[in-house]
Write a protein that binds this ligand. Structure first.
Ligand code: G
Ligand code: MN
Length: 471
């Protein structure tokens, strides 16, 4: 068995072993022993072709969402140990005729007989996913966190490729919704993904081609009529689709990572414009920029903000970052840390759209927040609703106790303004004063403000742009 020339195991035996390993590697995922991508698709095609006539087949796509974290904690060995354990468990829970595969590092596939509309089938599918989560891997002090989606043959599609793709779309949806239930594919997901992808590619192009701009809306002191701040709002004018609403593209920007480009573009532009206004003799005490949890989660977030404040020098206390209330919900600890870090560099913090979610009083009390903005849905028609007035009074009283500056968003009518003035709300923003306007129009507004703000019934008819906060 030993080679005459090299004294090692006979070269021909080594070669054969190597060949066998290579063949195994072509068909199986080495770590888990499950079918790999190509051979799973071949096996699936066979499974669909040879199954009993009329039998529906479910393809379950399972994503191991904590694999990346385990990799950074325990390295490749740890990540693969987790994957091996998942594979082992899938083997033990699967029906005897089901087939298993692994696609990419973190995704597992199970094809089994089960019908879409049959309760027992759905239960068996859910049981596959449920069987994975209670599994502890003590030596790594970890357990799998999984999300799963399912697509059905032939009711969703008769094509093997599409079946795999559809199951993956459903799993992506489960991941987005942080769902513990296995989400079933439906046709809307396909068009949604195509729509999202188109929007994403167009957004990238738009960012490269300067289709984005920043508009500004003033925030006005409700007693004296001074302009206290300006909110910078991103706008996108697509060459064919025209003006798009932020609600149409911000969620996709958040999921695709483009939100970072959008945030830093808005921040830079807003700071530069603020400097420009100052040069024109128009001092804006505070410039507000919206920030999303996705931006704040990044490890370089604070350094990047600090870097931009050095690059375009304005006092950090002149910058306010607005985060929606929901920001505080995902990953509360990490975001609370970021809020404190922002405060350390003297940046102001504002809670946007207040009232649309439930923020605990304690959280508001503990965090160094400066401003609270009452969502526009509370302001709409407040002059005609006693209940809303009572509610807003309570919100304002709460803000007082917390020593927060309080802003009413979305004031469109005189009646709404009057109520908010009576309630004692500090400041207001809305179409009544100005619809978000491009920088040049905003400059015209600032110049004319002291001339026409008397119509709003402020205590001082000479509300000027900068009489507050002249530091
Ligand atoms: O989530 P945030 O509060 O940052 O959203 C501000 C959005 O509200 C902007 O897109 C702006 O155009 C819009 N907006 C500002 N003022 C008004 C208003 O008076 N009425 C309505 N309906 N929308 C407004
Ligand atoms: Mn805002």
């Amino acid at each position: 068995m030993f080679c005459d020339n090299c004294d090692l195991l006979d070269c021909s035996v080594v070669d054969e072993l190597r060949q066998q390993v290579a063949m195994y590697g072509q068909r199986y995922d080495i770590e888990t022993g499950l079918l790999n991508n190509q051979s799973f698709q071949d096996a699936l095609a066979e499974f669909l072709r040879d199954g009993p006539a009329g039998q529906e087949i479910a393809l379950i796509w399972i994503d191991l969402v904590n694999l990346r974290r385990e990799f950074s904690l325990y390295g490749l060995k740890g990540a693969e140990a987790l994957a091996r354990r998942v594979a082992g468990n899938l083997r033990s829970v699967k029906d005897s005729d089901a087939i298993l595969g692994r696609i990419g590092a973190r995704s597992f596939l199970v094809a089994m007989y089960a019908s879409k509309l049959d309760k027992d089938g759905r239960n068996r599918i859910q049981a596959v996913a449920d069987a994975l989560t209670p599994l502890w891997l003590q030596e790594l002090n970890t357990k799998p966190e999984v999300v799963a989606g399912v697509a059905f043959y032939p009711s969703d599609t008769e094509s093997v490729e599409d079946l795999v793709r559809f199951a993956s779309l459903a799993a992506a949806r489960a991941s987005r919704e942080k769902s513990r239930a296995v989400i079933a594919y439906h046709a809307g997901m396909n068009s949604q993904v195509m729509h999202d992808h188109l929007l994403y590619t167009q957004m990238m192009k738009g960012l490269d081609q300067d289709q984005f701009s920043v508009s500004y809306q003033p925030c006005v002191d409700l007693k004296w009529g001074h302009i206290l701040s300006a909110e910078a709002l991103i706008r996108w004018k697509h060459p064919e689709w025209g003006q798009l609403k932020p609600d149409d593209f911000i969620p996709i920007a958040e999921h695709s990572g483009l939100i970072d480009r959008i945030f830093y573009y808005t921040l830079r532009t807003a700071l530069k414009d603020t400097q420009q206004w100052k040069r024109l003799g128009l001092f804006i005490p505070i410039i507000s920029v919206n920030v999303s949890a996705t931006n704040m989660r990044k490890s370089d977030f604070i350094d990047s903000v600090r870097g931009i404040l050095e690059e375009i020098p304005i006092k950090p206390s002149q910058l306010e970052l607005e985060m929606t209330e929901s920001v505080l919900f995902d990953d509360e600890e990490m975001l609370a840390l970021r809020i404190r870090q922002l405060k350390e560099i003297d940046v102001r913090i504002s809670i946007d759209d207040f009232g649309t979610r439930y923020t605990g009083f304690n959280l508001l009390k503990e965090l160094p927040i400066d401003t609270m903005k009452i969502d526009k849905c509370f302001i709409r028609g407040i002059d005609r609703s006693k209940d809303m007035q009572v509610l807003c009074k309570t919100i304002v009283a709460m803000a007082r106790q917390l020593k927060l500056h309080i802003v009413a968003e979305g004031i469109e009518e005189f009646g709404e303004l009057e109520v908010m003035q009576q309630i004692g709300c500090d400041a207001g923003q809305g179409y009544l004063f100005l619809k978000p306007a491009p920088a040049d129009e905003f400059v015209v507004f600032l110049r004319n403000w002291s001339g026409w703000n008397s119509r709003f019934g402020f205590a001082s008819a000479q509300g000027r742009v900068l009489s507050i906060c002249s530091t």
